[in-house]
Write a protein that binds this ligand. Structure first.
Ligand code: HEC
Length: 109
């Protein structure tokens, strides 16, 4: 039951983050900076929108949702050491930039 509780807790965290940030996507990120920073992510996350080897697709999310996901690693709420380390190193501006870039990508067939 621990897993279920964790999932519920995480979803609540995202809901709260969404409510608190509540900005329109366009208010935040610098897409060009995000594209530049994404070279680090591309080793694992496909830009095609396909999931690869247990690494989820991260494109096409609304910016607030992307930011909330990154914050959940940064605040060590979600458990994944790689993503925790990566998120911890990124500033809010960089996360917003990544959100703008990845949010602008659409899945390729
Ligand atoms: C070494 C491989 C690796 C790298 C590099 C990496 N990630 Fe991840 N990422 C993962 C894995 C694995 C998960 C799934 C972790 C989990 O289950 O919580 C993940 C999850 C995520 C999620 C949550 C997706 C979801 O829907 O749950 C986001 C957002 C994300 N990564 C963004 C990034 C960004 C932005 C970068 C670059 C700054 C990056 N990642 C770099 C492996 C990586």
């Amino acid at each position: 039951m621990a897993a279920a509780a964790e999932t519920t807790g995480w979803m609540a965290f995202v809901a709260v983050s969404l409510a608190v940030s509540g900005q329109p996507a366009s208010a935040a990120g610098d897409r060009a900076l995000g594209e530049y920073l994404s070279s680090e992510c591309a080793t694992c996350h496909q830009t095609s929108g396909r999931q690869a080897g247990g690494v989820p697709a991260i494109i096409g999310h609304p910016a607030e949702q992307f930011v909330a996901l990154m914050e959940s690693y940064k605040q060590r709420y979600r458990e994944n050491e790689v993503m925790r380390t990566i998120a911890a190193r990124l500033s809010e501006e960089e996360i917003a930039a990544l959100a703008a870039y990845y949010g602008s990508l659409t899945p390729k067939p």
